[in-house]
Design a protein around this ligand. Structure first.
Ligand code: NAG
Ligand code: NAG
Length: 341
């Protein structure tokens, strides 16, 4: 009896593998290994499948992801994490236009054909953590390429680009994404807050932890009017008074406050920004305080000078006028006097 069960189980397992290394469980299909998708059967109906997980399949996304004759057009989620993907292009996504959730993390994408996501007009979320390869310029160009599109990405609310060693982003890279609400760029090497001032009006959350940012632009709350959470932890922030005031004045929620520290000036190095008293910048160390004291001193010296000059002037005029006034009076009195006689 036990042997029979074992044989049935073994036949079942072998049978499953003989059908290729893709397994379908109702709405979800999981494929593993190189060319696994090419083992799908052309006579089978896959329209029930809305979720496809493909792993270790060495995908080339400049070519069709879905083999000819297979209809996976009801797919809304593709998880292609960990596939050694090096290239992507428009053709890779051409047959899966209903995609809403695209996960491309843990890959080595170093080349992108123009406008690869053009067909994905329903895209809601794009995850590409630890997914990009290449030098600084290649990555910047690739990012621009992804989003400089005929697709206006009205539903694309969330983009994750963490852990990509990104060193620079063209300011207008995200301008074409109309729906963008959450942008994650943590653990890269981004040196500055270089976003174009006219975009990102709907952005609610911006994650920039673990980068190389020193300065927070003074107009940040103006050009990101919808921002409600910001993570700037683990950046070498220069805590001048303008920055301290900027970060304490708005009703944005700052994430990871315990790890948001100053790198300079030297007396504040390692101090947590959000624990610094707002009074810090009112003390004499405040350069603005110094400036106003200096101005006061100059004004005081000028005022004393003017008073001194005025006093001198008064002394001189009193001295000069006393003589002629007395003289004319005297003369007048002398001239009048004989008439009374
Ligand atoms: C796939 O199936 C859908 C729904 O039946 C259909 O509209 C579509 O034209 C098919 N696509 C292809 C390439 O056959
Ligand atoms: C995608 O697949 C990876 C690897 O199996 C897994 O760790 C991750 O949780 C999956 N993501 C989603 C959103 O399903």
């Amino acid at each position: 009896m036990i042997e029979k069960v074992l044989v049935v189980v073994i036949i079942g397992v072998v049978g499953a593998y003989a059908q290729g290394s893709c397994r379908t469980d109702q709405h979800e299909m999981t494929c593993r290994g190189k060319n696994s998708l090419h083992d799908l059967k052309k006579d089978q109906d896959y329209l029930e499948v809305d979720t496809l997980n493909v792993h270790q399949a060495k995908l080339d996304l400049t070519d069709d992801l879905v083999p000819d004759g297979i209809n996976l057009s009801h797919l809304t989620l593709l998880n292609a994490t960990d596939n050694q993907i090096t290239r992507i292009g428009r053709r890779g996504f051409d047959k899966i236009r209903n995609m809403q959730f695209l996960y491309l993390s843990i890959n080595q994408i170093s080349h992108s054909q123009p406008d690869p996501f053009q067909a994905l007009e329903k895209l809601k979320r794009l995850e590409m953590n630890d997914a990009l390869d290449g030098n600084m310029e290649e990555k910047s160009d690739m990012l621009r390429n992804f989003f400089h599109s005929k697709n206006s990405f009205v539903h694309l609310a969330q983009i994750e680009l963490n852990k990509n060693k990104i060193e620079g982003i063209y300011p207008k890279t995200f301008c074409g994404i109309q729906g963008l609400q959450r942008l994650e760029l943590s653990n890269n090497r981004i040196p500055s807050f270089d976003f174009a001032r006219t975009c990102l009006k709907e952005l609610k959350a911006l994650m920039l932890a673990g980068n190389l940012i020193q300065k927070i632009p003074a107009d940040i709350w103006d050009f990101l009017p919808s921002l409600s959470s910001l993570d700037i932890s683990n950046n070498p922030i220069d805590c001048d008074c303008a920055t301290i005031r900027l970060l304490s004045g708005d009703d944005v929620v700052f994430l990871n406050q315990a790890d948001t520290k100053c790198a300079s000036p030297p007396e504040l190095e390692g101090k947590r920004i959000f624990e610094l008293s707002r009074d810090y910048c009112k003390t004499t160390r405040n350069p603005r305080g110094k400036a106003s004291f200096f101005q006061f001193l100059v004004l005081f010296v000028i005022a004393v000078g003017i008073l001194w000059l005025y006093k001198k002037y008064r002394e001189r005029t009193r001295h000069m006028s006393s003589v002629p006034v007395g003289y004319t009076n005297l003369q007048h009195e002398q001239a009048v006097e004989p008439e009374f006689v």
